[in-house]
Design a protein around this ligand. Structure first.
Ligand SMILES: Nc1ncnc2c1ncn2[C@@H]1O[C@H](COP(=O)(O)OP(=O)(O)OP(=O)(O)O)[C@@H](O)[C@H]1O
Ligand SMILES: [Mg+2]
Length: 433
């Protein structure tokens, strides 16, 4: 216990501590000092109230209390402000509940009843419509006060969280838009890739139909012509469906099939298919190393070769020398495959971005051929690169790991989700040449 010094006063905490002391203040007998003490304490209380009011207003929070026996509510200013009701006006519980959105009201009632029954507490975000008709979100906390084992009061806070909810909603909408956008981008990329890769078998089918018609018109053996035509068209149709399946597996993140294959027949067939689709009399010189096995998806390997040869055909079109060469050799643990041409070579401005999507120097190019090649080659654990040849023209190099061959001379087989149709599609094209 301390006696106030002349002209001085206790700090807020000290004054409060004094008040809570069991011993009556010595100043109690001195009216002047007693008056001073009361004024100091009033000042302290006013100071604390001001701090409370300011922090409540800043946090948009108020305190509420409900007497369970009488249902009488008592609110601080923050709660009145939240409901846009005049501060200090009488509030009846039923009228306040009517300001809650029905679903929020139902949940609050449910939690309240349980808290009263169990003597617990709860927190809930509830929606209300204020006295002025504004929709607001409020975070309501409640704690049941017990006396002698019986619930007597609920006490808690109500905080305006409308802005927080609006920001959450904005974020949710943005996230949904982003997901939608990335799905659309993925779908667009898939559609572009499919269109690009299906172009070859579809063009081939049209060419076979035209070839069959021409042969029939020439009066060749119709049975032979029709059989060959059907076989070739069927093989192209199988190839188209194999491409679709393979791309779906690749974009869906599923394992595509891998088997130890001799790449040479696939390369020769792919070259022929690319030439057939171009249909402008270009030819290819092959020099393929023998005895290699690569662990690969045959359909995808052919897609790579077709795209590279098609680019080479495009490059030599209009050139005086129209040379395209495809050669391969083993580097010990990998196959090195080169597709070269005598065209104008890679344009300077495009060299660094060749393998990116939608990079094209051609008026009708989509610019995804090389990007598909890179995706396929890298998914096989290989590498693809491009360079200009010293003697002119471009050279594309693909490195693919060779399949491991065990002591019995058997190549390892992996991811054999192959089915009959795909096998026919990849190898059945013998008739296509
Ligand atoms: N053999 C080549 N010689 C010179 N430039 C090439 C060669 N191959 C590719 N390019 C360059 O790389 C670019 C990208 O090739 P890519 O195959 O990805 O797309 P594209 O051929 O333009 O169109 P598409 O998507 O229809 O194949 C080409 O536009 C071309 O500029
Ligand atoms: Mg291309």
């Amino acid at each position: 216990m301390r006696i106030l010094a002349e002209g001085g006063g206790l700090s807020g905490e000290e004054a409060m501590a004094d008040q809570s002391s069991a011993e009556p203040p010595r100043a109690a007998n001195d009216p002047e000092r007693l008056g001073q003490l009361v004024r100091d304490q009033a000042q302290t209380i006013a100071h604390y109230k001001k701090m409370y009011d300011r922090s409540s207003a800043l946090a948009k929070i108020g305190v509420w209390e409900c007497d369970l026996a009488t249902e009488a509510l008592s609110w601080t200013d923050g709660v009145y402000d939240l409901f846009e009701l005049p501060r200090g006006s009488p509030v009846a519980r039923a009228a306040i509940l009517a300001m809650y959105e029905p679903e929020s009201c139902r949940k609050v009632q449910e939690l309240r009843a349980r808290a009263i029954q169990e003597g617990g507490s709860f927190t809930i975000d509830a929606q209300i419509v204020t006295a002025n008709g504004n929709m607001r979100w409020m975070r309501l906390t409640a704690d049941v006060e017990m006396e002698g084992g019986h619930p007597v009061r609920i006490f808690g806070t109500k905080q305006d969280i409308t802005e927080e909810k609006a920001a959450e909603e904005e974020l949710r909408v943005l996230q949904a838009e982003l997901i939608h956008l990335s799905r659309r981008t993925a779908m667009a990329a898939m559609a572009e890739t499919l269109a690009h890769e299906l172009n070859q078998p579809l063009t081939a089918m049209v060419n076979y139909v035209a070839g069959t018609r021409r042969a029939l018109a020439r009066g060749d053996d119709p049975h032979e012509i029709v059989r060959n035509g059907f076989d070739a068209i069927e093989a192209s149709a199988f190839r188209a469906s194999a491409i679709i399946r393979s791309l779906r597996a690749m974009t869906g993140g599923r394992a595509t099939r891998r088997e130890a294959i001799d790449p040479n027949p696939l390369i020769l067939e792919a070259g022929s298919m690319a030439l057939a689709a171009a249909g402008d009399g270009a030819s290819i010189d092959y020099a393929l190393g023998e005895g290699m096995l690569v662990l690969a998806d045959p359909v995808q390997i052919q897609q790579v070769v077709i795209n590279l040869v098609k680019n080479a055909i495009d490059a030599v079109r209009g050139s005086e020398r129209r040379e395209i060469a495809v050669h391969s050799r083993s580097t010990g643990d990998a196959m090195l495959l080169c597709v070269e041409d005598s065209g104008p070579g890679l344009a300077a401005g495009i060299v660094d971005t060749l393998f990116d999507s939608f990079v094209s120097s051609k008026p009708d190019g989509t610019g995804i051929g090389l990007s598909i090649c890179r995706t396929i080659v890298e998914s096989h654990g290989g590498r693809i690169a491009a360079a200009n040849r010293p003697e002119g023209g471009a050279c594309f190099t693909v490195v693919l790991p060779l399949a491991e061959v065990d002591s019995a001379g058997q190549a390892a087989q992996q991811d054999r989700d192959v089915n009959g149709e795909m096998r026919r599609a990849s190898y059945g094209g013998g008739q296509l040449r």
